[in-house]
Design a protein around this ligand. Structure first.
Ligand SMILES: [Zn+2]
Length: 186
C-alpha cells in the first residue's frame, strides 16, 4: 500500500469525501489507492470531523438503492414502468417508494425516474426507441389510439423523447404527400 504522501494533489478530494460522505476508511483507502490506516491518520492530522453514519440512509450499502440506481442508468429509464422495476427488484411497493424518495432527495436518480405507471406505454416507447416505427403503427401494435398526443404531452413535461423519423421529420412525410397531390390533381 502506498503511503499517504502519495495522495499529494488529491488531498482536497479526500478532505471533501471525509467531510461529506460516510464512506469507511477502508473504502476511501481503496478509492485513493492507500491503506485504511493512511486515511485514518490523514483524517486525524487534518482534524476532520466525519458525519455520523447513523444519520440518514446508507444508499451505498443498500441493495435496493443500488439496484434502483443501476436501473436508472439504463437508456430512457424514465420510461420504465413501476411494474417492471418492481419485478426486477423483487420488493414491495412501499419499500420501493421509500428508497426511491431517498434517492430522489439526494439527487442520485432523476426526478422523473420511477414515476411511469403504464406498462402499455412502456412497451410503446420501447418500440419507439428501438425500432423507430411510425407512431401510428406503434399505437396500433400496443392498442393506443392517442400515442401521438401522449408523446407531445411527455415532451411538454420535459421527458426526453427523440423526434420520430416519420412524423417530426415533416419534410419526409410532406414530400410524399405533395407527390401524391401532384399526381392526383383536383
Ligand atoms: Zn435504500
Amino acid at each position: 500500500m502506498k503511503r499517504w504522501g502519495i495522495l499529494r494533489g488529491k488531498e482536497a478530494d479526500l478532505v471533501k469525501d471525509l467531510k461529506e460522505t460516510t464512506l469507511s476508511f477502508e473504502k476511501l483507502g481503496k478509492k485513493y489507492g492507500v491503506s485504511r490506516q493512511a486515511i485514518y491518520f490523514f483524517s486525524k492530522r487534518q482534524g476532520i470531523k466525519r458525519p455520523k453514519r447513523s444519520i440518514g440512509h446508507q444508499t451505498e450499502e443498500c441493495r435496493l438503492c443500488q439496484k434502483l440506481i443501476q436501473i436508472s442508468k439504463k437508456p430512457h429509464s424514465e420510461f420504465i414502468s413501476i411494474h417492471t422495476i418492481l419485478e426486477k427488484m423483487g420488493t414491495s411497493k412501499a419499500k420501493y417508494f421509500h428508497h426511491l424518495r431517498i434517492l430522489r432527495g439526494k439527487g442520485l436518480v432523476s426526478q422523473r425516474f420511477g414515476k411511469f405507471r403504464s406498462k402499455r406505454l412502456e412497451e410503446a416507447y420501447a418500440v419507439y426507441f428501438k425500432e423507430r416505427l411510425p407512431i401510428h403503427t406503434i399505437g396500433r401494435m400496443v392498442g393506443l389510439t392517442n400515442f401521438h398526443s401522449i408523446i407531445r404531452q411527455h415532451r411538454e413535461l420535459g421527458y426526453d423523447v427523440p423526434p420520430s423519423l416519420y412524423v417530426s421529420d415533416g419534410r419526409k412525410r410532406g414530400r410524399v404527400r405533395s407527390n401524391i397531390q401532384r399526381s392526383n390533381p383536383g
